[in-house]
Write a protein that binds this ligand. Structure first.
Ligand code: SF4
Length: 349
C-alpha cells in the first residue's frame, strides 16, 4: 500500500531538484529556475490585487504556486478570470474539506505494484517518475500523492525496471508523475537504456505538460534521445485552454512531431477555465493546428482542495454533446471519468 500522505505535496518541486549538478544547468533548467513562485509577484505582474481574489497563503503553503514565466506571459493582463491564472492561483476555496473529496481519488494506492509503479490496466505499467513539475495545477489529481516514498527514479529505476521485466504482459510503459520531463535527459536515458533489454515492450508513452508550459524543455538533447528510442512514442500532452498555445509552444510541438512522436492532448473539464463549448472547441482547434489530436476530456478527479473546479455531470454531458455537434469527429475528445477498479477510463457518453 502507498502510505497515507500529509496534506501538502511531497516534495515541493524546485528547479534545483532537476539540475544535473555539478554540470551547468541547461537552458530549460534555467528557465524553470526563473518560474514565478510567489502569488504576490504573479498578481503584480498581471496588474491585479491579492485581496480581491481570495488568494490564500495557507493553500500556497500546502501546494506552492509554480508557473513558468512564459506561461505567465500568456495570461491576460488585468483579468482576474484569466483561464491560465485560475489554473495556478492558490485560493482559500482549496481549504474546504468536503465529503466525497479524498486524498487518493483515482485508487493509485490500490494499484501500486512496485515503488513508483502503478498497474491499473491490461498491458500497461505507469511509472510515477518524479514528484516534480514545471507548473503546479491547483486541480491536480496527484496533489496529495506521497512522492517522497513513491517515485520510480529514486533508486536509478531499479525496482521499476525489474517489475516491467518480470511481467511479460506489459507491452507499454507510461512515464508519468509529477512530470517525467522535469527529470534531466540523462536520467530519462538511464531508464530507456535499461528498458531496451525488455523484449516484450512495444510502446512508450510520455505524459507531460512541459512542452506546453515550458517549451524550452524540447531541446536538442531531448530530441536526440527521443529520436533514438526503439519504440513508437506517444506524447500525451496536457493543455486545458487554447490560450496555453503560442508560437514557442508550436515550435516545440513541431519538433516533437519531427522526432516521430504521436501527439495527443488530455484536458480536464474545469469550472471557470474551459467550461463552455466555445472554450472547448477553441482548445481542440488550436491544438490540432499545432499537430495535436484531442484524446481525453476528463471529469475532475475528486481530491481534496479542488471542488471549486468541478462541473456537474449534466453540464459536462451537454457541453460534450454540443461540442460533438459543432466539430469534426476527430476534434472531439472522449469525455471520461476515472473510477478506481475499472479496467479503463469510463466514457460518460
Ligand atoms: S503538471 Fe500534471 S502532475 Fe504536475 S501539477 Fe499539473 S496536473 Fe499535476
Amino acid at each position: 500500500m502507498i502510505p497515507a500522505a500529509p496534506l501538502s505535496r511531497q516534495p515541493a518541486p524546485t528547479a534545483s531538484a532537476t539540475a544535473p549538478s555539478p554540470l551547468q544547468p541547461s537552458g530549460w533548467q534555467q528557465a524553470l529556475r526563473r518560474a514565478v513562485r510567489d502569488p504576490g509577484e504573479l498578481l503584480t505582474r498581471l496588474g491585479l490585487h491579492e485581496a480581491a481574489l481570495g488568494v490564500c497563503p495557507q493553500a500556497a503553503a500546502q501546494f506552492p504556486l509554480l508557473a513558468p514565466e512564459g506561461f505567465v506571459a500568456r495570461m491576460r493582463h488585468g483579468d482576474p478570470h484569466d483561464p491560465l491564472l485560475r489554473q495556478v492561483l492558490p485560493l482559500d476555496q482549496e481549504l474546504r474539506l468536503l465529503p466525497g473529496f479524498g486524498l487518493d481519488a483515482v485508487g493509485d494506492a490500490a494499484a501500486r505494484s512496485a515503488t513508483g509503479v502503478i498497474q491499473k490496466y491490461q498491458g500497461r505499467a505507469l511509472m510515477v517518475a518524479t514528484g516534480s513539475c514545471a507548473i503546479h495545477c491547483r486541480y491536480c489529481f496527484r496533489r496529495h500523492f506521497p512522492y517522497g516514498e513513491e517515485t520510480a527514479a529514486r533508486d536509478h529505476w531499479a525496482e521499476a525496471i525489474a517489475r516491467v521485466r518480470e511481467d511479460a504482459s506489459i507491452d507499454e510503459v507510461i512515464l508519468s508523475g509529477g512530470d517525467p520531463l522535469s527529470l534531466s535527459t540523462p536520467k530519462l536515458a538511464e531508464l530507456t537504456d535499461a528498458l531496451r533489454q525488455v523484449p516484450h515492450l512495444r510502446r512508450l508513452r510520455i505524459h507531460s505538460r512541459l512542452p506546453v508550459v515550458l517549451p524550452e524543455r524540447v531541446d536538442a538533447a531531448l530530441l536526440q534521445w527521443l529520436g533514438a528510442l526503439p519504440w513508437p512514442v506517444a506524447f500525451v500532452l496536457h493543455a486545458n485552454h487554447a490560450n496555453e498555445f503560442d508560437a514557442s509552444v508550436d515550435a516545440a510541438l513541431a519538433a516533437l512531431r519531427g522526432s516521430g512522436a504521436t501527439l495527443l492532448n488530455q484536458a480536464v473539464l474545469l469550472r471557470g477555465v474551459n467550461d463552455s463549448v466555445d472554450a472547448l472547441a477553441a482548445l481542440s482547434e488550436r491544438g490540432f493546428a499545432a499537430g495535436v489530436l484531442p484524446y481525453y476530456l476528463h471529469q475532475l478527479d475528486r481530491v481534496q482542495g479542488v471542488a471549486h473546479f468541478e462541473v456537474d455531470d449534466a453540464t459536462a454531458l451537454a457541453l460534450h454533446a454540443e461540442l460533438a455537434a459543432r466539430l469534426s469527429g476527430y476534434l472531439v475528445p472522449r469525455l471520461v471519468r476515472e473510477i478506481p477498479g475499472d479496467t479503463g477510463k469510463r466514457p460518460l457518453r
